[in-house]
Design a protein around this ligand. Structure first.
Ligand SMILES: [Zn+2]
Length: 459
């Protein structure tokens, strides 16, 4: 068709307007992007109390990766996955607010999830009872977070700018290098595993979302697994098995952006542990599971996108006594510096917040992608939540932990009663006053059920 020369600018303007407006597309659209977030050597690491000096170098780069999705009606969401141990509510909220401001997205449409690698930097306000950083350590760590937030926003910007027609489909397979660490002493695992006699609940499922271009090329791959990302414990930055799985899958699928989202594996460990070779071995096992899922008839995603994020209040059981705080400060005991850091963190929390320090605002997020639902829970969530939520709400539901705010372990009522690390003593490195008060499981399940049901119901 010929256009009169005088009308050409008008036609061009109309074309621009049509592409910018939320005109319904034929299909879903997707875009992916990444930014490297490896800190320099010299920052303190997080995850383990036993480390006595800062990081010495990089064994594997750390990344933030962004996956932007848009349904045919133009409803968009951005998932940010990070090779980090934890994330604070402040970081997640600041980043989501800026992305929302730039792109017109509601808070619930931005999801943040960390892989829980322990070979990543200490960050202000996260796992505050682990150690008291020296002043220069504090400064470096605060500077790291400022740069991190800019990179998260940049990755989201790029992923949203790259939105292009795509097909989405999902499937699941299994990987078995994880096990329930509360029920099996690590030394027993090889024998018990070989005999098929590992004890305790464990979720071997590997959910996989494949994003393909309209000509069938793999553009992005999201892989999840519910197991501590803790093969390694050295003085180098590394994404651990989740990082190795991403590297391996990106090698096998050139051009694809591979993201890892941590599931509810707070009571699961990988085995065996200790070397980069083992992290790579587990990474390959996870990559193999993802490739098996990709080879299956996958369930295509049609329909619309919806999101919700709401908070509930969780209560800590009790305020520590002066005697407990003094003991933590003065007693000669293993990891003495951790107990001193806990006393300092808790004392500061009650000084600045009063009795409000006995409550925590806990985030629960739900996404609907056609007939598939995602739930993103804060904290280190034990596997009981996944089994219960999928039993109650259907198997077309993926449950991520380590999302939005990693403030503590989140035991089920069963694990809370049993106590030990995940139910009780992990509150020391997390700098929290005490174990959670009973009732958290019902509160979390109840709100999750409400959000999943609401996002699933047609408007
Ligand atoms: Zn952990």
């Amino acid at each position: 068709m010929r256009t009169h020369p005088l009308l050409r600018p008008v036609v061009a303007l109309l074309a621009t307007w049509a592409s910018l407006s939320a005109a319904p597309a034929e299909s879903w659209r997707a875009g992916a992007a990444r930014e490297e977030i490896t800190p320099p050597a010299g920052l303190w690491m997080t995850g383990y109390a036993v480390r006595t000096r800062p990081a010495e170098g990089t064994a594997q780069p750390l990344w933030v990766k962004a996956l932007a999705l848009a349904d045919p009606a133009g409803n968009r969401g951005v998932l940010l996955t990070l090779d980090l141990c934890g994330i604070s509510r402040e970081i997640s909220d600041r980043v989501a607010a800026e992305i929302g401001r730039r792109h017109g997205l509601p808070r619930s449409a931005v999801m943040t999830n960390v892989s829980h690698t322990h070979c990543s930097p200490a960050m202000p306000g996260i796992i505050t009872g682990l150690r008291i950083l020296p002043p220069d350590g504090e400064q470096k760590s605060a500077a790291y977070v400022r740069a991190l937030e800019e990179k998260m926003i940049r990755a989201a910007d790029a992923a949203l700018a790259a939105l292009a027609p795509a097909t989405l489909a999902w499937a699941e397979d299994e990987a078995h290098f994880g096990y329930n660490r509360r029920e099996n002493p690590a030394t027993d695992v090889p024998g018990q595993r070989a005999a098929g006699k590992l004890k305790g609940p464990f979720d071997p499922r590997v959910p996989v979302l494949a994003v393909r271009t309209t000509d069938g090329a793999l553009k992005a791959l999201l892989v999840s697994y519910a197991c501590h990302n803790t093969t390694l414990q050295f003085y180098q930055w590394h994404g651990d098995y989740a990082g190795s799985a991403q590297v391996e899958l990106e090698k096998r699928h050139p051009g694809a952006t591979v993201l890892f989202a941590a599931g509810c594996g707070a009571d699961a460990n990988p085995a065996p542990r200790g070397t980069v070779e083992l992290a790579d071995q587990h990474g390959r096992a996870l990559a193999d599971a993802a490739d098996r899922a990709l080879a299956k008839p996958m369930t295509p995603i049609a329909g619309r996108f919806a999101s919700a994020l709401e908070d509930i209040t969780l209560n800590f059981a009790r305020r520590p006594t002066e005697e407990q705080l003094r003991t933590a400060r003065e007693k000669e005991q293993p990891n003495k510096e951790m107990h001193q850091a806990w006393a300092a963190a808790v004392t500061e929390k009650f000084r600045s917040h009063g009795d409000a320090a006995l409550r925590h605002t806990y985030p629960i997020q739900a996404w609907k992608l056609g007939a598939l639902s995602w739930v993103a829970l804060g904290g280190e969530v034990v596997v009981d939540y996944t089994f219960r939520l999928r039993h109650e709400l259907g198997e077309n539901l993926w449950v991520f932990g380590y999302s939005t705010d990693v403030m503590a372990y989140i035991p089920s009522e069963r694990v809370l009663k049993e106590g030990r690390y995940e139910g009780d003593t992990s509150m020391v490195p997390y700098g929290q006053p005490s174990a959670w008060a009973p009732g958290l499981e019902e509160a979390i399940i109840g709100k999750t059920r409400e959000l999943v049901t609401r996002t699933r119901s047609p408007k």
